[in-house]
Write a protein that binds this ligand. Sequence first.
Ligand code: DCP
Ligand code: MG
Ligand code: MG
Length: 757
Amino acid sequence: MSNSTLDCFLLTAHYRDAGAKFEITLWGAADSGERVRVFVDDFRPMFFCLRSTPANLTAPAAERKALNMRALDMRDLDCLYFDTHAAMQHSAGSLRAAGYPVCESDVNPMQRYLMERMVSGSMRISGTRERTGRFTGFKNPRLRGCEFIPDLSVMSICINTAPDGGSGGGAIREAACVEDGRACLFVVKNGLDFAGPPPAKIHYCDDERRLLTDLMKYITSGDPDVLTGADIADHTLRILQERCLKLGLRFDVGREGGSRVFVSTRNARRRDGHTSTKTVWNARIPGRVVMDLATMLRAYHRSNDDDGHIDADGSLAAATEALNLFNEAEILPNAIERSRRSGQALDSIGGSVASFDHLYLPRLHRAGFAAGDTADIRPPAKALPGGYVLEPAPGLYKNVLVFDFKSLYPSIIMTFMIDPLGFRIAGGNRIATPVGTTFSKDTSIMPEIIRELMDARATAVKLRNPYLSQAIKLLMNSFAGVLGSTGCRFFSDEISPSITLTGQHILKLSIEHIEKTYGKSIIYGDTDSIFVDLGAGCPEGQAAELGVKISRETDAWLRETLMEQYGAASALALKYEEHYNRFFIPPLRGGDAGQGTKKHYCGAVVKADGRMELTFKGMESARSDWTDLAKEFQRDLFIMFFSEKQLETYIATTAERLRRGEFDDKLVYRKHVRKELDAYTSNIPPHVQAAKLLDTPVRTVRYYITKNGPQPVEKLSAPIDYQHYMDSQLRPVADSILIWMGSDFDRAVSGQMELFA
Ligand code: DCP
Ligand code: MG
Ligand code: MG
């Protein structure tokens, strides 16, 4: 035993009431290479109540302390400490029921433990270091934040089960574990045949029991920090646990006991306003972070459902591919940097509200204030305003410059010192926004947090750390969103609009200024972007120069104007982003002449070698209900359109070739099956209809639309329904341009029919 200090990164954190005590167990990865268990049982869950709350009502608290703290409505507060989380929740419930307000009773005590120590992922542990088996242990150490970035080991796991129904239905016959430079395949002898070339290492097992035992031994001795794979929690680990239970084995893959896979339900608000209940499988593995491949890809790359799905033969190939995707997408460095800024767990996604609490609450407390409970937030009577979207002027343009404000909402927060505390604290020096709300200049927290994040982002850019800079951008932007969300304890129907409406005001001001100063027309703008039409007459090579000039000069003008009108020090920066040589805004389908479609455009940059690089917005073909045919057709058509070539022949030829079957390999739809097939009862979507025709279940179904309805690629029997593809793939692409030209798809196709007569 020795007194020591260790820099660690937080891997997993769990808490519980153990009898009459509250316990926290943290696992971390240390710079020394040690893996560390931190056990805490001297932290007491707490919340605040009004000083005026009668003593008999707070008797269940282990301690009531009068602190020099106030609520945001300026009433004095006392702090209540409890021995257990349950006691804390119970007491908060009874106080609330008795009509006495409580503050921050809904803050998770473990999150509070970490945030008050300023621990965001990285933590410096000081205390008595104990050796417990292969791991290092600390009990009730001192913890504070630090800057340590860990080097974590990852294991990708995949299993294959025997088909249901047959003998040994559902049993695991094959499992693979893949790490960087190491792989092992576990196969039950006489099980499924192993396909493909033999891997580095095959471990034959007599039966499933042996496979499970050896597999779990392999995982715990390999001791990875991160477990990943396609559907790692809701498939791999869930089935592992299930089979262990069935065979009377302990499901044990963590750094200590207590591994558990369980289902939780989440209410998700659907777009139609109804709520649907979603079931989510969670894996709680002490000491190991469980990161589902598809979930993490979605979180960091906004990719669609299908990404992260593995279509490999055999579990070894699948686990290898999953690890490759995990590494290529750089999920770990992204997650680490996000955790270091937001204070959220490595495997967490979203969590904007919790991140805000994590950064804001400790500073609020140090300023002598505590926030209310989220349950006390009342939803606004009507939806809060968002960004301003200009009416787009449809048509074809040459030389369009695009400008976009850098971190618009964060820079508005800084410029006008927008802050929940600064809003409520009265008097002193104040700054007024263009909307009329005012904020304290003397006391504020959020502008300071944003400034630190902005500086950190600038450093990240300088150090070429794209993960950090992206993590910071998303975090900063989430602040504005969180303040407009009733799930956040700082929600206010005055603060959030102070940001968005000021954004609208600044966009309009800037547009007006550019139009007036440069005599150019603005053809579109959205929230913080401005599209300027320079016209065909713009001399080659001058567009970029003008772009830089407009952005600098507009910044300077805004700085003067905002100082003069509001006494505000502008933090706004209008970036010159792009010069499109060709640009197109489609007309609004079924709208009046001159109406464009918002958030839809296509721009082309002509490269030095004459190649055109296209950017699609809104009309992009990256959606899963677009086939390869539609994507290629759209790209080719726009290149021809921008090159001023005649389009009808190409459109008609493509339609004709489609009918002749020349594009059959480009007509496949791909879609992820999210629920069990039997869970679909009415209104069965096409991909599920197709999936039902397959012998074995798949997670991504690839299918055609045929004259007999949807059919999977593997079971195609009916003729392909070419008319369907004509109507749903070719027509919308062609019409986006043709309608603007006064024609349409049918006319283009029929007008050219004589070609094929
Ligand atoms: N915005 C938002 N939610 C999104 C995207 C944007 O609330 N999903 C808001 C916040 C942004 C503003 O719109 O500040 C402008 O969006 P941008 O995409 O231009 O983002 P930023 O201006 O913040 O960053 P950048 O520096 O990349 O332009
Ligand atoms: Mg922007
Ligand atoms: Mg923008």
